[in-house]
Every structure is written in structure tokens, then in C-alpha cells.
Design a protein around this ligand. Structure first.
Ligand code: RIB
Length: 291
């Protein structure tokens, strides 16, 4: 069984601010840091640091060669990362005093997938292999359909939410790892139990992991429900907390842990991430979780 993550690679420009810029306002930031990021890249690193072998499929411009080098250094397989004639994707991230963030994305190279590129990646994977996707690249519908035809197990972190999401063939997804905002958007429900119940009745074959920030995480599959509380930590920067959770949950599950154990491991991992600055750099190693 192999894991292929087809996902974004971004250059993150992270601005520390006292509070987020408001409409019509101009603001001087306190500090700028430039980090490696992208939900795709972050999740590949989280998977690898959690102990899984992972292939990353993605597109960068010449300016993003350091993103590929970082994945190589982490021993993520980068055979399916290509350089295209466009700037890499980037993110403008404001982080405020409480560690919360808001993110503006420019898709760049991440939005230049073609059917040929997707086919040339997926031809290397077979029935029973895992495909992990987020929502920062183009051709999502094509990728899900192709992967499903091949019998891949599809894991979707539908982040960031956008108007296209509902038009994807979501009935082909096997595992959703999503947050409350995404859950509300997909179901038009407000309460977490209602979101989970609605998702389960809509997508019958899928397992759902609903992350709720400080309220922890809920799992639902058919009649089964599991809850795990969040760890109380002082947040410094919440960027990549969701990505850490996704990578650790999937890697833990595939290593043979029970759902309960995988949820607990992923909860500890993401609670460490929020105590550190940056995206990929803030993701802990498995040995830190064990400690
Ligand atoms: O989830 C965090 C990530 O979202 C950042 O690294 C940024 O690049 C955006 O994709």
C-alpha cells in the first residue's frame, strides 16, 4: 500500500500583527517571516514525521525549488513534483497576538494541473493505495473520478472551503477530515452532532473526522461515534495545525492504530504545532508526541 498526496506547495509570507487588517485600513506589521507551506506540503511532512512513507504530487515555479528541497530533506518522495512556467503558489498570512491567523492564497503553479499531469502521476498507483487531497489545486473533480476508477482509497481534507467543493463527486471519498466551517458549508447545519449525522446520512460509505479546534474532535462512521478532547496549550501560531492533524491521523491509522488512538495521537501532534511559529517548520516529529 502506497500513499500519494497530490497537493499544494506554497511560499508562506507570514506577517505578525497586533490585530488583523480591516477593510479600508493600512497597517504596519511587526515582523515578516518567509516559510515553506501549502496544505499539501504541510500534510506530506506531517505524514512523514508521523512515520509514513509518502509520495508528493505537485507543481512549483522556479522560485519554489526550496519547497521541493525541503520535502527531499524530509525524505518525502518528490518524483511527481514538476517545475512549470509560472510563479509558485503563495500565501499571505496574518498572525495576531492570540496566535490566530487569516490567510490569502494565490494559487500560482498549484492551479496548473492538466489531465495529462494527473494521469502521469496516478498511473504509478493502484487499487488499495491511498490518495490524499486538499482543496488548493485545480482539477479536483477529475482527480477524484480517476482515482476512484482505479480503486484508490480517497482521503479528502476539503480545505479551504470554496463554492466548487459541493460540485465535486464527494460520494467517491472514503475518509473526510474536515473542520466545523467546512462541515457547516457541506450540510447547512450548525451543531456538531447535526453536521456529523447529516454528513453520514449523505455520504454513506465515508468515515468522518470533524475537528473542532479547542472543543476537540469527533469521529463518525455509520452508527459509531468517538470524541476526543483538545489539549489545553497556549497558542502562538495556529497555522498548519489542521495539516498536522490530517497527516498524523492518517499515518497513525495506517500504522495499525485504532481510530481512538489515531485521534489522540493527531490531537497531541496538532497541539504541539500551535505552540510554534510557521507552517511546515512547526510540525512535530513522532518522538516528540511519544515524549
Ligand atoms: O494550512 C496552512 C497552510 O494554508 C499554509 O501553509 C498556507 O500556505 C495555506 O495553504
Amino acid at each position: 500500500m502506497k500513499i500519494i498526496n497530490i497537493g499544494s506547495l506554497n511560499i508562506d509570507y507570514v506577517y505578525e500583527v497586533d490585530s488583523f487588517v480591516k477593510k479600508g485600513e493600512t497597517k504596519l506589521s511587526n515582523k515578516l517571516n518567509i516559510y515553506s507551506g501549502g496544505k499539501g506540503l504541510n500534510q506530506s511532512i506531517a505524514l512523514k514525521r508521523a512515520g509514513a512513507e509518502v509520495y508528493h504530487g505537485g507543481l512549483i515555479g522556479k522560485d519554489g525549488s526550496f519547497l521541493k528541497e525541503l520535502l527531499e530533506k524530509e525524505k518525502v518522495n518528490t518524483d511527481f513534483i514538476s517545475i512549470v512556467n509560472s510563479p509558485s503558489g503563495h500565501a499571505i498570512i496574518q498572525v495576531d497576538e492570540s496566535g490566530d491567523n487569516c490567510i490569502l492564497l494565490h494559487g500560482g503553479a498549484n492551479q496548473l494541473f492538466t489531465e495529462e499531469i494527473v494521469d502521469s502521476i496516478l498511473e504509478n498507483f493502484n487499487k488499495g493505495d491511498y490518495l490524499l487531497l486538499q482543496n488548493e489545486i485545480n482539477l479536483m473533480e477529475y482527480i477524484i473520478n480517476k482515482a476512484s476508477e482505479k480503486g484508490l482509497i480517497i482521503v479528502l481534507n476539503p480545505s479551504p472551503i470554496n463554492s466548487k467543493l459541493k460540485s465535486y463527486p464527494l460520494d467517491k471519498v472514503d475518509i473526510f477530515i474536515l473542520n466545523e466551517v467546512e462541515g457547516k458549508e457541506l450540510t447547512n447545519k450548525e451543531k456538531e452532532e447535526d453536521i456529523l449525522n447529516e454528513l453520514i446520512s449523505k455520504y454513506l460509505k465515508a468515515q468522518f473526522v470533524l475537528t473542532l479546534g479547542e472543543k476537540g474532535v469527533r469521529y463518525g462512521f455509520k452508527d459509531e461515534r468517538i470524541e476526543v478532547n483538545a489539549k489545553q496549550v497556549k497558542a502562538m501560531d495556529t497555522t498548519a495545525a489542521g495539516d498536522t492533524f490530517t497527516g498524523y491521523y492518517l499515518a497513525s491509522m495506517l500504522s495499525g492504530k485504532s481510530v481512538q488512538e489515531a485521534l489522540e495521537t493527531a490531537t497531541v501532534a496538532s497541539s504541539i504545532t500551535v505552540t510554534r511559529e510557521g507552517a511546515a517548520d512547526s510540525i512535530p516529529y513522532m518522538k516528540e508526541i511519544l515524549e
